[in-house]
Design a protein around this ligand. Structure first.
Ligand code: ARG
Length: 472
């Protein structure tokens, strides 16, 4: 039996239509999840007496054998023979347990089956994604710690703005990635309902026990509406959008590193293992890995848009269009895991040019805001202080010097509030240590954040590893 349908048809599916509709080449990724779902279903059929307990056990044993057999094969090669992963498992099961296999599909349809397998697959995969993100966060924290005292200009509009530390910079991405993790966790919470038993769209007249299947598969409960159950792909879209947002962060991070690795900035250099050369220009060392992270972001967005567009015009309930969700979903997850792995190595091996950072962080215009706040502390109204410092900047630029190069007399001319200690401000270390607001790059605050993140991420890594082993 190579098909799960066909009796009402007079002829075979045209070869081109087969090619066009068959999906094993993509949905083979669901193998383990689908076997699990089928085992739970078989156990339920036995429990409620739709089949005998003995047959139920035989089916489960057979499914184990199918899993073992299929795991060793390249399922893509079978994709012209079998319509989809559901059909392949059914056919293999018949090879293992004979005609009894034909009872497995009782009380379910491929519509609720595929929706369930996708959720089971994703619930596990999200743990793998969380582990990879967490791992990368640890790399970022390690860089933050190593470079916590390296000061650089912080930028807005890519113009030098105020001094920050590399420690503070790397921790900014740790924060972003933590939000990314929480988006995956949220998505997983909402997909924690089991669609199996919704049938093709309208449930079943057989006495199936949906709650039992849900429990066996580790779902919180069965879904509540059969139409919604088979037509919903929100959970795919949520995961894809979580991937897309995460890629926004990875892309921006890569962009900064590309800039920093340029001669114009020169803050970092990449390890030879994670940089490439030019076929023509012998001197070049290019940040291709980082550029590709930026580039792959396009695919991550595209995959999200693809599923959104696929879903937007569909009448309830199931429509075959929905089969197209898998290619996008699997592709996004694959590029995400590849990207996190490569970034891990790239960032771990970055070398920081402390001298270049120091040079840049000494640009005394970076202290204009500190000057302004100096005046505010001397009770000059903020807007007045802003004007005074603005005028000083103008004067310094016109005189081809910097704020630190102006004389004390000049400062006094602009405001009597300036005292000799104003020159103490032109030091990046002073600038950063004078910060008092929470969340600022003040070194003590950054050091504390580094400590907290290290503890938190290590504990999380342990927890995720255990969840991974439990298959959750
Ligand atoms: N392969 C389909 C999918 O991924 C599931 C099969 C449902 N097919 C059908 N003709 N009702 O969505």
């Amino acid at each position: 039996m190579k098909k799960l349908w066909g009796a009402r048809f007079r002829s075979e599916l045209h070869e081109t239509a087969k090619k066009f509709t068959y999906s094993l080449g993509v949905d083979h990724e669901l193998l383990s999840a689908e076997i699990k779902v089928s085992m739970a279903h078989a156990l339920m059929l036995g429990k409620v007496g739709i089949i005998s307990e003995r047959d139920s056990r035989t089916l489960v044993k057979g499914l184990w054998k199918v899993l073992a057999a299929l795991k060793r094969k390249n399922l893509c090669h079978m994709s012209s023979e079998y319509e989809d992963i559901h059909t392949l498992i059914q056919a293999e099961l018949e090879k293992k347990v004979g005609k009894l296999a034909r009872r497995l599909h009782t009380g379910r349809s491929r519509n609720d089956l595929v929706a369930t397998s996708m959720r089971v697959y994703l619930k596990e995969k999200i743990t793998v994604v969380l582990e990879a993100i967490n791992q990368f966060q640890l790399v970022l924290v390690a860089q933050a710690e190593r470079n916590r005292n390296v000061l650089i200009p912080g930028y807005t509009h890519l113009q030098r703005a105020q001094v920050v530390s590399l420690g503070h910079y790397f921790l900014a991405y740790v924060e972003m990635l933590e939000r990314d993790k929480s988006r995956f966790v949220d998505a997983r919470k909402r997909m924690n309902e089991c669609p199996l038993g919704a049938g093709a769209l309208a449930g079943s007249t057989l006495p199936i026990d949906r709650a039992y299947v849900a429990k066996l598969l580790g779902f919180q409960r069965p879904t509540s509406n059969s139409l919604d159950s088979v037509s919903d792909r929100d959970f795919v879209i949520e995961v894809l959008s979580s991937v897309a947002i995460l890629f926004t962060h990875l892309s921006r991070f890569s962009e900064d590193l590309v800039l920093w690795a340029s001669q114009e900035f020169g803050f970092i250099s990449l390890d030879d293992q994670f940089a490439t050369g030019s076929s023509l220009m012998p001197h070049k060392k290019n940040p291709d890995v980082l550029e590709l992270v930026r580039g792959k972001t396009g695919q991550a967005y595209g995959n999200l848009i693809s599923v959104l567009v696929t879903m937007k015009g569909l009448p309830l309930a199931y429509n075959r269009d929905m089969q197209e969700d898998k290619m996008s979903l699997f592709a996004s997850l694959r590029i995400l895991l590849d990207t996190l792995a490569i970034l891990n190595g790239t960032v771990r091996t970055i070398r920081v040019d402390q001298a270049a950072c120091e040079r840049a962080s000494k640009d005394s215009f970076l202290f204009a805001t500190d000057l302004l706040e100096y005046l505010v502390k001397k009770k000059v109204p903020f807007l007045e202080a802003h004007q005074i410092v603005g005028a000083l900047v103008r004067y310094a630029l016109d005189s081809h010097t910097t704020l630190g190069g102006l004389s004390f007399e000049t400062y006094q001319k602009y405001s009597r509030a300036f005292k000799k200690d104003v020159f103490d401000l032109f030091d990046p270390k002073v600038s950063i240590s004078s910060k008092v607001s929470s969340g600022s790059p003040k070194p003590e605050l950054v050091a504390k954040q580094i400590r907290l993140w290290k503890e938190r991420l290590k504990a999380e890594a342990k927890r995720l590893m255990q969840a991974h082993h439990r298959g959750q």
